[in-house]
Write a protein that binds this ligand. Sequence first.
Ligand code: PRP
Length: 195
Amino acid sequence: MAIINIGDHIEKVLWTEKQISDRVSNLASEITRDFSAAAAPVFVGVATGALIFLADLVRKIHLPITVDVIRVDSYGSGTVSSGKPSISCDLKSDVQGKHVVLVEDIVDTGNTLSCLIEHLKAKGASSVSVCALLDKPSRRKVSFEVVGDGKFYRGFQCPDYFIVGYGLDFAEKYRNLPYVGVLKPEMYNKYPSEI
Ligand code: PRP
């Protein structure tokens, strides 16, 4: 069987595995400092993209936190947001009166976060922070605000390329790359029906 190197599909690496790991450590230290053990937050990863980041981040948090996931459908398998996210799988935890840290791989238009923040507010979270590995502010369409004493923790500001890896996909592929890179246009032009 031929071995396919998916790294060959990448035009350039934006953040290496080491750079990501160092930044995740910094974010985890910052969050650990900002909360107390007595009011340790619930970390909520937004599936599927944030799962790899969530797993790395929470293992570096030195507080008795809990971990949960939520699923929001917004992009389907294409590259253009429908603009109308909906929660397709809700939390297992009760977040009433609790601090929540929403963990995202990327903030793009802001639609997903704004929907989730409203959802968590309605569930009575006492604060909602956001920890996003990547932020593309140039693509923002919807503004969002953290809740209560919440903060926005941001890993890297991301240029407006079509990026994959470390949880980010194209048509559900490339999430397992350990780095974040720019996908070669011929890869997504090859599958126009996916866009
Ligand atoms: C991606 C990403 C964020 C969202 C950000 O998820 O993981 O959740 O898009 O985009 P926005 O700011 O424009 O709302 P996607 O819907 O692609 O699903 P996935 O996590 O399963 O890849």
